[in-house]
Design a protein around this ligand. Sequence first.
Ligand SMILES: [Zn+2]
Ligand SMILES: [Zn+2]
Length: 172
Amino acid sequence: MFFSITELEHHPILFDVLYQPGEIAFPEDLRQIGSLAAQGRTELLRNTLGEIRIRGHVKAVMEGVCDRCLEPARLEIDSDFDLFYRPVVRTANHAEIQLEDGEIDLAFYEGEGVELADALREQILLSMPMQLFCRPDCKGLCPYCGANRNQVNCGCRSPFIDPRWASLRDLG
Ligand SMILES: [Zn+2]
Ligand SMILES: [Zn+2]
């Protein structure tokens, strides 16, 4: 769904849409499970140089890779968003103006308007935690043999214990 400046100049646009997996391009290690639902309102802000505000709610289940065991890890996203898009302003030498600190929800658009799929993609990426776990108590991979400790108890112990100390311990 595309929000064009021309239409937004006349009235705000309400949206209530479903995106199927594949319709929004996510990075390779992130998959959308089932449909993604978004509802909200898009408006052109008055007294600005064409700033677009997209507010709404997004609900989706995403699947990435567990940071500890590398198995698939799912995350349910059910969040409100409030995104601002400013037209790209280029200086004389065509350099893009830099984002100022703290303006994390501010993005830029080029051309006739903003594509909702792009805004939702942005919002989903902002909602992803730094680390994703398949479950809160994931035991991860064994650093010695690589076994998934959620599935097997490989029994590995640190190989860095000096064998002489190990035999002393056995005597004790
Ligand atoms: Zn895991
Ligand atoms: Zn092991």
